[in-house]
Design a protein around this ligand. Structure first.
Ligand SMILES: C[S@@+](CC[C@H](N)C(=O)[O-])C[C@H]1O[C@@H](n2cnc3c(N)ncnc32)[C@H](O)[C@@H]1O
Length: 204
């Protein structure tokens, strides 16, 4: 079977009703908004709702995604809402080469996309762009979500292993992803796919 490359799969998702495109921020990020410090990087920002939410609260925010269509829509929303966000087309696997530093990084639905190898590379990149003491706010599919439709499931142990060296997991709790009601491509748990929400601090 021919495997569709990751970027192409996401481009196809943006051609229709992407399940994660809910027109607002995911609730767990809103719930911890008071802990967010600038500057903020939203990695795999999609059409930008989480980034726009924090920019609306006065934060300096950069959003990156490797799909041009997503970044185009994010920029259009920012212009329409009169909110400033630096949205850029970029690959999250290139963060290790960045010379920018952020106090907060948001990952809403990206971590669970990566293979084991890419996950290690990605976490190394996060360590590079987060200031010492800075925080990663991460939401990913949980292994408590039944079935195999949608992204890879992630266990609590996998999260602990990924952030074992040079990080402190301050919070790791069950959560639920809100899903675009127009999306019909898969069936998830009633109340939304089961997720983990984590706050991870980069040690000084
Ligand atoms: C599940 S979506 C979540 C989008 C957004 N964070 C949200 O909550 O609406 C994952 C996003 O990550 C992007 N993505 C996947 N792999 C990426 C990579 N290597 N670099 C940058 N963006 C990536 C996809 O294009 C997609 O927009």
């Amino acid at each position: 079977m021919t495997q569709v490359p990751d970027r192409q799969r996401f481009e196809e998702a943006y051609a229709g009703d992407a399940p994660w495109d809910i027109g607002g921020p995911q609730k767990p990020f809103v719930a911890v908004a008071d802990r967010v410090l600038s500057p903020v990087l939203d990695v795999g920002c999609g059409t930008g709702e989480n980034a726009l939410f924090f920019a609306g609260r006065g934060h300096r925010v950069t959003g990156i995604d490797f799909v041009e269509e997503a970044i185009g829509r994010a920029r259009a929303k920012a212009a329409q809402r009169g909110v400033a966000v630096d949205f850029r087309v970029a690959d999250a696997l290139g963060l290790a080469e960045s010379d920018e530093r952020f106090a907060t990084v948001l990952d809403c639905g990206l971590f669970h996309v990566f293979s084991d190898d890419d996950r290690r590379r990605y976490v190394g990149g996060l360590a590079n762009v987060l200031e010492p003491g800075g925080r990663l706010l991460l939401m990913c599919f949980s292994d408590a979500e039944p079935g195999t439709e949608g992204p890879r499931r992630v266990s609590q142990q996998e999260l602990c292993d990924a952030f074992a060296d040079g990080w402190e997991i301050e919070c790791l709790e069950p959560a639920r992803f809100a899903v675009n009601p127009n999306f019909t491509g898969a069936t998830f748990s009633e109340g939304g796919p089961k997720a983990w929400f984590a706050i991870v601090r980069r040690l000084d």
